[in-house]
Unconditional design. Structure first.
Length: 793
């Protein structure tokens, strides 16, 4: 279990925020904590929190990348799914963090965003890890979610619109029919990103000149194959650039931009609801509320390693959006993921591995045998050389052997001559001498020659056997090498076939899923149609019963139910109908029965007539049902239009409520200012009153005699000031209702009065009582609490 890595990046104030009088209200005491404290805000605006990393406004792109997404490169190549996404207010720096400046991936090296740096490090590490037994395959896809529709950014003119999200066991959640471009180098991947970035939707708003109007997702797919281990790892990195949350009152959006803002806020609201449900541990997580949350399902509480970057503004002008973004990041920090290694081992690969190891062992044995045979060959060659030397030494003996051979032939000739002539008895000593001489000549040399000949033949036979073994082993080694090369080729072919088979299996599973969905939709439609058919049949039966009840008195005979009150016209109609029926029956009996029915009975003709009438009635009912179905479809269309209008009206009401809230806050601020002005006015009038009342309070008999009429106004004025002062010094409170009259109009009325500053009292005014001025009394406002002051002055 691991938490989502959450970082926060602070953007300095821009020209609009400075123009609106914004102040820096965000502080970063260290690299982990964040403080939001606007000086002119309310007490609830203060917020202090901690993240895994906090970047001040002067942080570089490299610092942000190394602290957030760089560690995910190793995890991706090890087989873990990874996600990096940026969240924040519009114009807070999300796209700048992910893609870089306006030039995108083609900007300067120091200004490049996360994507360019990720691609560079991925290909750099792939080059380090690649070998003869480890192979990597990389591909890229780029899509955007615009107005809740998934569009392929790698297709020109958005050929593939409104792509569908599918899910199966091995692949998980994926986008059907999305373009995957193989990337063999860093340049190819960056060109892919640049092409997709030019196709995304942007617009100019009051808050941002290049505002992203859609969520974009770059997917980098990795496949790693290890031949020796017989394993295959597949993983995907998602780099998400979310569209910014917007307040319509600030962006001044209208028309198409307003509809885009609604779609953006709706999807971001769904994302917030998902994170809230994950943090609270609810059983049902609303991933299916939007396309964005559906694609990020594995990244939020799933089996991926996720990194979130929240971007905020340091200005007090956007303090509400800043606090909302910070709280979003704090909630996301509590989510726990379970990263899962996506590694598979195919049975075919294991068999190839065993075969490869067996061939290696056999090759080693053959090499050892070959070395042994070569050693034996060398020993035999040494023996042959020694035998040749011995033969060279024995050449004189061979000469003697030739002499003995000549003598032997001579003796044999003598024996033949003797056998041809008459036998002559010779002495026994001569016979023994001859035998001894022959044995001396033949026995010794023949034995030595025979022994040496046998040894030479044996050595030559051993040498021939060894040479045959060497030849056979060489041929076996060559065959093993050729088989090894063939097995490598077969392995490549089978892996390619396995890949295509997996792709076809995935397509087949996707098609099966689509067929199941179509089948379910068709079954639902069949259920609805069957219910409608039953309703229409019931209505048709009711209509038939009503028609039958209406036709019964007409078809009945005059003697059965005829009343006196019936008019002759009804009798005429009844008789005419019966006459028509009789003519019809007669026609079928005479003509149609003879020509077509081949002399069938009259009851059959009647039944055929009734069946034809019922068939016509059924056709009429079918036409009525079709008309009713068309009317219902028109009503459905009208209801959809009404719902759309109601949604538009609700959004307009919500926008007006936001505007009224902003007006209410402005009026509260004006009321505070008005309160201060009123307090200053009261202090000013109190000062005037004290200056005026001091001379009148001096002890004097004449004054006591001449100013009895001035005391009541003085007491009434003091009483009025005493009653007014507590209300003026009391802080203003509002219950939430908007005042009936704007405060600006009240201020205008009050500023239109002409206040005459009294002059310093003269001795004449001190002796004579003051009389109220009629000019001021005529201009007093009855509803104004300061009218008493003006009256008594």
């Amino acid at each position: 279990m691991s938490n989502i890595h959450v970082s926060c990046r602070v953007r300095p104030q821009n020209a609009l925020e400075k123009k609106q009088g914004g102040l820096d209200c965000v502080a970063t005491p260290d690299g982990k904590s964040l403080e939001v404290n606007p000086e002119d805000g309310f007490s609830t605006d203060y917020l202090r929190c901690t993240f895994d990393q906090v970047f001040p406004h002067d942080a570089t792109q490299r610092q942000v990348y190394e602290a957030t997404a760089k560690s995910l490169v190793v995890d991706l190549l090890d087989g873990y799914n990874c996600t990096v996404f940026a969240y924040g207010q519009t114009g807070s720096g999300k796209t700048h963090t992910v893609l870089g400046p306006k030039e995108g991936v083609g900007s300067k090296p120091d200004e490049q965003g996360l994507i360019a740096r990720l691609v560079h490090d991925i290909f750099d590490r792939v080059g380090m890890l690649s070998s003869e037994t480890v192979h990597f395959e990389l591909s890229g896809s780029f899509l955007e979610i615009y107005m809740e529709q998934i569009r392929d950014l790698l297709q020109p003119n958005f050929i593939k619109k409104n792509l569908r999200i599918r899910e199966n066991g091995p692949r998980g959640i994926y986008v059907d029919d999305l373009t995957h471009v193989p990337a063999t180098s860093e340049e190819v991947m960056l060109q892919l990103v640049e092409r997709g970035n030019t196709n995304r939707v942007v617009a100019c708003t009051r808050m941002n000149n290049d505002s992203s109007r859609s969520h974009t997702i770059l997917m980098i797919n990795m496949t790693r194959r290890d031949v020796l281990a017989g394993t295959e790892k597949k993983a995907t990195m998602y780099v998400v650039d979310l569209a910014g949350s917007e307040m319509v009152a600030k962006t001044m959006a209208s028309g198409k931009t307003l509809n885009e803002a609604r779609a953006i806020n709706k999807s971001l609201s769904a994302l917030s609801n998902v994170i809230k449900a994950l943090v609270e541990g609810k059983k049902h997580i609303p991933f299916r509320d939007s396309k964005l949350t559906r694609l990020l399902q594995d990244s939020l509480g799933g089996h991926a390693k996720t990194c979130l970057i929240v971007t905020i503004s340091a200005s007090s002008y956007n303090v509400a959006e800043t606090i909302s973004t910070v709280r979003f990041g704090m909630r996301a920090k509590e989510i726990k993921n379970e990263p899962l290694l996506h590694e598979t081992q195919s049975l075919g690969v294991a068999e190839y591995q065993e075969m490869y190891q067996a061939l290696l062992a056999e090759n080693a044995e053959l090499h050892a045998t070959l070395q042994q045979v070569q050693a034996e060959k060398e020993t035999l060659l040494v023996k042959c050389e020694s035998l040749e030397r011995d033969e060279l030494e024995l050449e004189p003996e061979e000469h003697e052997h030739s002499i003995s051979t000549d003598s032997q032939t001579y003796c044999i000739s003598l024996v033949d001559v003797g056998s041809q002539t008459a036998p002559v008895e010779a002495p026994s000593s001569s016979n023994s001498l001859m035998q001894a001489f022959s044995s001396f000549l033949f026995v010794d040399n023949q034995s030595q020659r025979h022994h040496r000949t046998q040894s030479v033949d044996a050595v030559q036979s051993q040498l021939a056997v060894a040479m045959d073994k060497v030849t056979q082993l060489t041929e076996d080694l060559r065959l093993c090498r050729s088989e090894n090369e063939a097995l490598k080729d077969v392995h490549v072919i089978l892996s390619e076939q396995n890949r295509t088979f997996n792709a076809r299996a995935a397509e087949f599973e996707a098609s099966i899923t689509a067929l199941h969905e179509i089948n379910s939709s068709i079954s639902a439609q069949n259920t609805v149609l069957s219910e409608r058919n039953k309703e229409l049949e019931a209505k048709a039966e009711a209509q038939m019963q009503s028609l039958a009840s209406q036709m019964e008195p007409v078809l009945a005979s005059p003697d059965d139910h005829t009343t006196v009150s019936e008019s002759p016209q009804k009798h005429m109609e009844m008789l005419s109908r019966k006459l028509v029926e009789m003519k019809l029956h007669a026609h079928y009996v005479t003509e149609y029965a003879k020509a077509v029915l081949d002399h069938e009975k009259y009851e059959v003709v009647c039944q055929m007539t009734q069946l034809r009438l019922q068939n016509e009635q059924f056709r009429y009912n079918e036409h009525q049902k079709e008309v009713q179905i068309k009317e219902l479809e028109a009503k459905c269309v009208a209801l959809k239009e009404t719902i759309q209008k109601s949604e538009d009206h609700a959004s307009s009401v919500e926008r007006s409520v936001q505007e009224y809230q902003s007006l209410y806050k402005e009026q509260v601020r004006l009321s505070h200012e008005k309160q201060q002005h009123l307090l200053k006015e009261v202090d000013y009038y109190k000062m005037i009153w004290h200056r005026v009342s001091k001379p009148t309070n001096e002890p004097s008999n004449n004054a006591d005699a001449k100013t009895p009429s001035s005391s009541p106004p003085t007491s009434s004025l003091a009483l009025a000031l005493e009653t007014i002062e507590p209300t003026l010094h009391r802080p203003a409170s509002f219950s939430g209702a908007v005042p009936s009259e704007p405060l600006s109009l009240m201020a205008l009325k009050r500023s239109s009065r002409t206040i005459v500053k009294p002059l310093s009292p003269s001795p004449r005014t001190l002796l004579s009582p003051r009389t109220p001025r009629p000019s001021l009394e005529g201009k007093d406002d009855e509803n104004d609490p300061l009218s008493i002051v003006f009256t008594q002055q």
